[in-house]
Design a protein around this ligand. Structure first.
Ligand code: GLU
Length: 419
């Protein structure tokens, strides 16, 4: 095993390492395994932006469609300086497995632009979004490929995407999910990923003997996923004791006042400097002893250098691919259970699916319906993953991948793509 990790893997290699484990346990012949490993279509486009001050900047945008066997390609669009083809491939592949784990009729895709939205005005962000939309237009479609928000994008960005797409194709709200409710978005979409993390925490706490009431929770990342997860966990009686983001961290052993922290972040755009807690260097977040650790920011944050310091009873992956395979292996040896991203953060794409369905029949659900259906979907997926892991005597990540790969494999076989 150590040999495999001598060279640092790329993000797509990391995802494929995990995929390979599942494909191996399923004894899938390499010719078939390869078809499901690789991406169907990859688009790289140049995006030129005229800044407000007259400067011209060049970015690159990507849309990768990984696998469309079970339905239209589905996945978010990320605005972050680290975006590149390899990262987008990795995230697209994770979407294939995620949609299969929760058993919604989609394939997997991802997109992004290597820009820093924090350094752009609203006008620049809108211009960039419209340019990027036009450049990837040929790959999109209501029944072909449906984007959504991801790191660095939000409902407003999705609204611009829908509007730009509609200029050419006519009114098509189902072309994108995670839109503002006023434009055909679903109630409950914004909080959906965090709520899904919470439903998973409830089940996993029960299974791994952690009392949710009073549980000490540490969250890395306080964006859409981390902040909503914090709110739901806090409301259920858990104590969110530490939170960190890109700027810094905060610690309060008696439990943070989550509502006050949210108000602080709305104003200051970071948790750093929150007055009702002590400052915590952001690198120390993973060392903070806790019952539940939730990485809810970017990929690759838990690795061989910091995994040893983790002192948690349960890890729930709010982010995509936050733990590299080496660290994952060490956590398994230390018997720290990890609920994988493709299950734990699937609440977002699940409510995206509900949004798409509502758009297609132009009839909108009330918030209770969204919550009930989300809870049902996540609970079924949890039970399926847990029993898959038990059947194959493996960890939850491999169990989830076995379930997902098995579903994609079956659909591929029925379609006649392989025998
Ligand atoms: N970007 C989110 C994810 O990684 C949501 C994708 C979607 O709703 O299509 O799951």
């Amino acid at each position: 095993m150590a040999d495999t990790f001598r060279r640092k893997m790329t993000a797509f290699e990391e995802v494929n390492w995990q995929y390979g484990k599942a494909a191996g346990l399923l004894e899938i012949p390499e010719a078939h395994a390869s078809i499901m490993r690789n991406c169907y279509r990859e688009l790289k486009v140049q995006v030129v932006l005229h800044r407000d001050d007259g400067r011209i900047e060049e970015y690159f945008g990507f849309r990768v469609q990984h696998n469309g066997t079970r339905g239209p390609y589905k996945g978010g669009i990320r605005y972050h300086p680290s975006v590149d083809m390899d990262e987008v491939r990795a995230l697209a592949s994770l979407m294939t497995w995620k949609t299969a784990v929760v058993n919604i009729p989609y394939g997997g895709a991802k997109g992004g632009v290597n820009c820093d939205p924090k350094k752009m005005s609203e006008n620049e962000l809108q211009t960039l979004t419209r340019t990027f939309t036009r450049k990837i237009d040929m790959a999109l479609g209501v029944y072909r490929d449906i984007p959504a928000p991801d790191v660095g994008t939000n409902a407003k960005v999705m609204g611009w995407l829908m509007d730009e797409y509609g200029r050419k194709h006519g009114y098509s709200p189902a072309i994108v999910t995670g839109k503002p409710v006023a434009l055909g978005g679903s109630k409950g979409r914004e909080s959906a990923t965090g709520l899904g993390v919470f439903f998973i925490a409830q089940r996993a706490c029960r299974d791994f003997g952690v009392a949710l009431q009073g549980a000490r929770v540490v969250i890395q990342g306080f964006g859409n996923v981390g902040s909503w997860a914090a709110r739901y966990l806090h409301d259920a009686g858990a104590k969110v004791i530490a939170v960190a983001d890109a700027e810094g961290g905060v610690l309060e052993e008696r439990g943070l006042d989550v509502a006050a922290l949210e108000a602080h972040v709305r104003e200051k755009k970071t948790v750093a400097g929150f007055a009702k807690a002590s400052p915590l260097p952001k690198e120390r977040i993973f060392e903070t002893p806790c019952d539940i650790l939730i990485p809810a920011a970017l990929n690759g944050v838990i690795h061989e250098q910091n995994v040893g310091a983790i002192n948690a009873r349960l890890i729930i992956e709010g982010a995509n691919n936050p733990i590299n395979p080496h660290a994952d292996h060490i956590l398994a040896q230390r018997k720290i259970p990890v609920v994988p991203d493709i299950l734990a953060n699937a609440g977002g794409v699940t409510v995206s699916y509900f949004e798409w369905v509502q758009d297609l029949y132009s009839f909108f659900w009330d918030p209770d319906m969204v919550r009930t259906q989300l809870q049902r979907t996540i609970r079924h997926a949890y039970v399926d993953v847990e029993s898959s892991a038990r059947r194959h005597d493996t960890d939850l990540r491999t169990g989830a991948l076995i379930l997902a790969v098995g579903r994609v494999q079956e659909a591929t076989r029925i379609r006649g793509i392989f025998p």
